[in-house]
Design a protein around this ligand. Structure first.
Ligand SMILES: Cc1cc2nc3c(=O)[nH]c(=O)nc-3n(C[C@H](O)[C@H](O)[C@H](O)COP(=O)(O)OP(=O)(O)OC[C@H]3O[C@@H](n4cnc5c(N)ncnc54)[C@H](O)[C@@H]3O)c2cc1C
Length: 478
């Protein structure tokens, strides 16, 4: 059975509950650090509890999924935390623009380890998809091509089963758990300065804050990242993504969680998101910023997918024009250093990836767990906060420990973008008695048929198992 690293103030153990194996947190003692009050300047003050200890002060740029989960993990450890979010209404509105989010078992387990109560609310608000059939299908016929087993690896390791949750619900639960006293709204980070004893964040309106650590959780267009490593353009993936949410409930809802329908240079993802609604994403290859025709997005999609199977065309036709959104998809090349000195990055600020495997948010959540753990170890070592060496080593350890898993997911997401769309209907595939033989009308162009077949039918199912179960040291879930 897997075990999680335990944080200093909590111990975790598995407990069977409602059909899932959960972690149970038991408050044990103890570790508390002095409270430091919020203000435009924060001095390295301290208060007493038993022996005199200073609180580690963590400044977080960005209150998206990553920023809020880290704030929660840090707050629960007794650290002093401050989140700067340029626009909280955008955090909440994010859901409208990017739709519900899938949280894999490993990310859910991490949330449980960070805050059992918030995790329970997230799980209750989510829709379990991992216990049904999920996988890839042919876009024209709708026939299954590869199925992923999302539940066996989770149950084997005692992890909660994969769910989909509305982003707004997720962020509201996280915000409520973190507290509005910790998240400072309308605070756009424009700069920072690191000195040997502290790091100072500068906001657009002139306010500035001092802390021991700065974490850039400010997304793909991260200011903290560009200050650390210089400005660099994000990479357009060659794909635009239309998304829609519809109240149409298809007849297969009880047996299918999500299905990715494949075609040449386009693919379509349909997922149950609970409450009688379906979320879909339509990815289509086209030049950056191509305009939509005046007739509208829905009309365009109906043309692009006109000969696809009924499962796809029905979802498009059941979705009103005004809830169809579109965004061009970007990522960045992987960098193998995420920080310098007292500053580090997490989530999309560190490793923005394409959304086709639905892993960016999960990786951000896992980052938070590892980062909080390394900072906890640093605090336990009783090294001086004012000396940057110990903090810097803790941050570099976090980066190193996350690098392999995140790089693998980043590479797999890029590869998936090529392979999922290198799929062309109507021409002989020729795989004899393989599951593909039933779809006699499929051809793969570049990359080669064999690469595509291996990736979709062998690598991806294995990869999903690895993602779910995690690969952490000591059998931990990350
Ligand atoms: C179509 C689509 C579908 C996806 N589906 C999934 C999925 O199913 N599962 C999954 O795990 N991932 C998914 N992702 C990826 C996921 O959305 C991201 O990886 C995740 O949101 C990253 O979280 P983050 O906190 O690092 O960054 P963000 O969510 O981008 O949050 C950054 C925050 O920082 C704030 N900010 C930015 N600049 C500043 C500044 N200068 N000062 C202060 N605040 C600032 C922003 O307002 C924002 O609130 C999907 C992505 C897309 C595009």
């Amino acid at each position: 059975m897997a075990t999680l690293h335990s944080f200093t103030s909590f111990h975790y153990q598995y407990k069977n509950f409602d059909g899932f194996l959960h972690f149970r947190s038991k408050k044990s003692l103890t570790r508390r650090y002095a409270v430091r009050s919020e203000g435009s300047h924060h001095d390295q003050d301290s208060c007493k509890e038993g022996d005199e200890k200073k609180r580690l002060r963590i400044l977080i740029a960005g209150g998206g999924i990553g920023g809020l989960v880290l704030a929660l993990a840090a707050k629960n450890r007794g650290f002093d935390v401050c989140v700067f979010e340029k626009d909280l209404s955008a955090v909440r509105g994010e859901g409208r623009h990017r739709g519900p989010i899938q949280l894999l078992s490993s990310a859910l387990a991490v949330l449980q380890a960070i805050d059992e109560n918030a995790a329970r609310q997230i799980m209750e608000a989510g829709c379990v998809t991992g216990d049904r059939i999920n996988g890839l299908a042919d876009g024209l016929s709708g026939d299954w091509f590869t199925k992923f087993d999302l539940s066996t690896p989770a149950l084997k390791k005692g992890l909660p089963v994969t769910r989909v949750i509305c982003r707004m619900a997720l962020q509201d639960i996280l915000l409520e758990a973190v507290g509005l006293d910790i998240v400072i709204n309308k605070s756009k980070v424009v700069d920072f300065m690191e000195e040997s004893t502290k790091v100072t964040v500068f906001l657009e309106d002139g306010r500035q804050y001092d802390g021991d650590v700065l974490v850039g959780a400010d997304g793909i267009w991260s200011k903290v990242r560009s200050k650390l490593f210089g400005k660099e353009d994000a990479k357009y993936s060659d794909y635009t993504c239309y998304s829609g949410l519809t109240s149409f409930v298809p007849p297969y809802i009880d047996s299918v969680g999500y299905r990715v329908f494949l075609g040449l240079n386009q693919y379509f993802v349909a997922s149950d998101v609970g409450h009688g609604r379906m979320q879909w994403y339509a990815f289509y290859k086209q030049p950056l910023s191509s305009p939509d025709p005046p007739a509208g997005k829905k009309k365009r999609l109906q043309e692009l997918f006109h000969d696809w199977c009924g499962e796809v065309t029905e979802l498009i036709s059941e979705t009103p024009e005004d809830v169809i959104l579109r965004r061009d998809i970007f990522d960045r090349d992987m960098i193998h250093t995420w920080g310098i000195g007292r500053v580090t990055l997490l989530g999309d600020a560190a490793h923005p990836m394409q959304p086709n495997l639905g892993q960016g948010g999960c990786m951000a959540i896992e980052d938070c767990y590892q980062l909080a753990l390394e900072l906890e170890k640093f605090v336990n070592s009783r090294l001086d906060f004012q000396r940057s060496g110990g903090i810097s080593s803790a941050l570099r350890r976090y980066e190193k420990k996350r690098m392999f898993r995140v790089s693998t997911v980043h590479a797999a997401s890029r590869m998936a973008s090529k392979v999922l769309t290198a799929y062309q209907p109507y021409i002989e595939f020729g795989f004899g008695s393989s599951p593909l033989s039933s779809i006699s009308t499929i051809r793969i162009t570049k990359p080669s048929v064999h690469v595509v077949r291996m990736f979709l039918q062998i690598f991806l199912p294995q990869f999903m198992t690895w993602m779910i179960a995690g690969n952490g040291e000591d059998g931990s879930c990350i």
